[in-house]
Design a protein around this ligand. Structure first.
Ligand SMILES: NC(=O)c1ccc[n+]([C@@H]2O[C@H](COP(=O)([O-])OP(=O)(O)OC[C@H]3O[C@@H](n4cnc5c(N)ncnc54)[C@H](O)[C@@H]3O)[C@@H](O)[C@H]2O)c1
Length: 352
């Protein structure tokens, strides 16, 4: 039985506790929060689980095997490091860390200690993302042209970070999982209106093979929208995550040039075929993910959302933040290029 301690019982922590309580092979032994009101809520919902204001009661306890970290990103590195140093596996909230350097250090530490890191990239465990992954891997969509996401709502403004750190990790982890290749460069613009942190941002990500991605993320929207479109050569899809049913629609639509003449003579065909609504697995993503955490530890598996996946997301966020600071200059992400540097917005002008 994996004995779990949860640090952070604010907005998201209660969801983690509820799901770990229902996970086979796991027992939640202790919950910690600095805020007495949060501990009171924990006691009311889980009278059988002990609580403490001191995270060391979890981190130093020989009766705890794994630590779940559900605190703001600014504390992820320090808590993760202490937990790993004390021999605990860690399940860390997204985004993994506030810097690439910290993520790399934690991955190395976990390797040395033979411990697992899992980063909560919740969406990878949704029925929709599992189905989209299957459609891409089976070649149903064909070569990918674009990934376009709108993730907007009113609030929840964070006290220590901007909308990119809060909302973009969802899309970046989904893209990292679905696309499976490293981006070439990113360019981002954004503005701060309320508390000094960007609350509206537009992010463009360039991948090899002309695949382009765009994220519209916004804390100041009057309406909540969670909509992703993915365009492929063979099929296109629309994923509306807020719909109770028919979340995912696959369109047999596209554009084809039907002869080999120069493009100005070629005949362009618009294909407008069937629309298909696939059946999605009905599961609570977090429940699947907490079970996967226990399975990965029991069977020594490398998780799809391990520390290295978390690092790839943090690397993209760091580049996005860098681009925001320059007012939208593209930041190169390919290892073959010189260290991260600002270049023109257009990838064709990246140079060698
Ligand atoms: N996976 C998801 O879909 C999802 C959704 C929301 C939030 N999150 C992530 O969860 C994390 C927490 O976000 P939140 O919205 O719950 O924040 P929150 O501010 O509501 O809660 C954080 C809690 O951590 C406590 N805390 C901070 N440092 C502590 C320490 N050293 N010991 C004990 N308690 C401590 C605070 O008192 C607070 O109650 C963030 O990384 C956020 O990005 C993930």
């Amino acid at each position: 039985m994996l004995r779990i301690g949860v640090i952070g019982y604010g907005y998201w922590g209660p969801n983690l506790v509820r799901n770990f309580v229902a996970t086979d092979g796991a027992v939640v032994s202790l919950i910690s929060d600095l805020d007495p009101a949060a501990l009171k809520r924990a006691q009311a919902s889980h009278p059988m689980i002990r609580t403490t204001p001191n995270d060391n009661d979890i981190i130093l306890s020989p009766m705890i095997d794994a630590v779940v970290i559900a605190t703001p990103v600014s504390s992820h590195y320090e808590l993760s490091k202490r937990a790993l140093e004390n021999g605990k596996h860690i399940f860390v909230e997204k985004p993994f860390t506030a810097s690439v350097r910290h993520a790399e250090e934690l991955i190395e530490l976990a390797d040395t200690m033979n411990l697992k890191i899992m980063v909560d990239h919740t969406f990878l465990f949704t029925g929709a993302v599992k189905k989209i992954k299957q459609l891409i891997d089976d070649g149903v969509l064909g070569r990918l042209f674009y990934f376009d996401s709108i993730r907007i709502n009113l609030g929840l403004l964070q006290k220590d970070s901007n909308v990119v750190w809060d909302l973009a990790p969802h899309d970046l982890s989904i893209m990292d999982h679905l696309i499976g290749s490293n981006p070439v460069s990113v360019a981002a613009t954004g503005t701060a209106h309320i508390n000094g942190f960007e609350d509206v941002a537009y992010v463009t990500i360039f991948y090899p093979d002309n695949l382009i991605a765009h994220l519209n993320i916004n804390w100041l929207s009057p309406v909540k929208i969670r909509m992703t479109m993915i365009g492929g050569q063979k099929k296109m899809l629309v994923w509306n995550d807020l719909k109770a049913d028919e979340k995912l629609k696959i369109y047999d639509r596209g554009v084809e040039i039907n002869n080999k003449e120069a493009s100005y003579n070629a005949r362009i065909n618009y294909r407008s075929g069937d629309v298909w609504v696939p059946r999605l697995e009905q599961i609570e993503a977090l429940q699947a993910e907490t079970q996967y955490f226990v399975d990965c530890i029991e069977n020594n598996l490398t998780a799809i959302n391990d520390g290295v996946a978390g690092l790839r997301v943090v690397r993209m966020i760091e580049a996005i933040i860098e681009s925001l600071k320059t007012g939208g200059c593209a930041i190169c992400l390919q290892k073959t290029h010189a260290p991260v540097r600002s270049v023109s917005l257009y990838p064709a002008e990246l140079g060698g």
